[in-house]
Design a protein around this ligand. Structure first.
Ligand SMILES: Cc1ncc(C[n+]2csc(CCOP(=O)(O)OP(=O)(O)O)c2C)c(N)n1
Ligand SMILES: [Mg+2]
Length: 335
């Protein structure tokens, strides 16, 4: 357990939250960043067989929103929502076993990237075709509604992905049927090399909700507490039968589209500005100011994260690779 100050804090920021809850959020952002960096390193070592799409800089958005969900709610992460996978219970080893293409991993070595989930953990796998997860999660929300369950589905989309037909169809469908769906649009300023000025002529992305007759909100996507609060409100609305919400989160993609993309087209000043708003560092400073975390406390959380990561990497690496045997490899592909 991380060291905490014995004196009660006079600082009002973060007052009203359980310290363990706040430190848990911090820990899950550190876990996400550590795993993300490990996946990047493995990619650069030639140990991954597919792409590596970094979540760096967007950890607060994934962890904060998923923290507002119950375990039996569905989350449908996209490529930059590694933090939601971890927060909703997927072990690091499980994640790494897929990236390393292991035969006993979730896709049995058929996908070496982020296209996997776990129904046992109520995590849907990311779908490469942008927008497709929205109708899929709306479908999950419809099943909850039809069964009279008070469960909610949460999914994410990028600024670029929000321009495809599935975004419109999924949100329209969810709006008409008042489905318990929450959609977080991560406006991270870029879709591959296309800046947001080329994505929409509208003043923002959240205003699209009006066209579907659904609720909307905007939030600082790098402020994990703000993301948690805004998602909690949307989840309550959904659970109470008041329909879907579109949340636009203001954030920044801090790496290229994938690790092979050096993102030279992104202005240096833009990255420098967002570096000062790093979700992990800014939350760490707030926890310190509120006297909930000191350097020893940080070090002990970090040591546990490193231990978890090393064990997960060793165990996933020790798992077998696919055999290449025709009879085995065609299993689960054709009925
Ligand atoms: C329907 C569809 N069109 C194009 C692509 C190719 N593609 C993959 S990711 C991407 C950019 C996505 O940008 P954004 O939605 O903003 O997400 P970000 O990468 O910024 O998180 C594109 C064009 C795709 N996967 N699916
Ligand atoms: Mg984007």
């Amino acid at each position: 357990m991380p060291a905490r100050s014995k004196r009660p804090s006079k600082n009002k920021d973060l007052a009203g939250y359980e310290p363990d809850f706040l430190l848990g959020l911090y820990r899950d952002m550190l876990r996400t960043r550590a795993l993300d960096s490990r996946i990047e390193a493995l990619y650069k070592q030639g140990k991954l067989v597919a792409g590596c799409y970094s979540s760096r800089g967007q950890e607060g958005c994934s962890v904060g929103s998923t923290a507002a969900m119950r375990d039996d709610d569905i989350v449908g992460p996209m490529i930059r929502n590694l933090g939601s996978m971890l927060r909703h219970g997927l072990p690091m080893k499980f994640v790494l076993s897929n990236y390393l293409g292991r035969a006993t991993g979730p896709t049995k070595g058929r996908d070496g990237s982020s296209h996997f989930g776990s129904l046992e953990h109520n995590v849907f796998g990311p779908i490469s075709m942008l927008g497709a997860l929205i109708p899929v999660c709306a479908g999950a929300a419809l099943s909850f509604q039809m069964r009279g369950e008070d469960r909610v589905a949460l999914t994410w989309i990028g600024d670029g992905g929000s321009n495809v037909g599935d975004f419109h169809e999924g949100l329209n469908f969810a709006g008409v049927l008042k489905l318990p769906l929450v959609l977080i649009l991560e406006n991270n300023k870029w879709a591959y090399s296309t800046p947001i000025e080329y994505q929409t002529a509208a003043k923002d992305f959240a205003c699209r909700a009006e066209g579907y007759g659904i609720a909307s909100d905007t939030v600082d996507g790098n402020d994990i507490i703000a993301v948690y609060e805004v998602t909690k409100k949307a989840v309550e609305r959904a659970r109470n039968g008041d329909g879907p919400t579109l949340i636009e989160a203001d954030t920044m993609r801090m790496r290229g589209h994938a690790i092979h993309d050096d993102a030279k087209y992104v202005p240096k000043e833009q990255l420098e500005y967002w570096e000062t708003r790093d979700p992990v560092e800014t939350f760490r400073a707030r926890l310190k100011k509120a006297k909930l975390l000191d350097d020893d406390g940080h070090d002990s959380i970090m040591a546990a994260v490193k231990q978890e990561l090393e064990t997960a990497t060793d165990e996933a690496t020790a798992m077998p690779l696919p055999t290449g045997d025709r009879d085995t490899e065609l299993g689960d592909v054709y009925a």
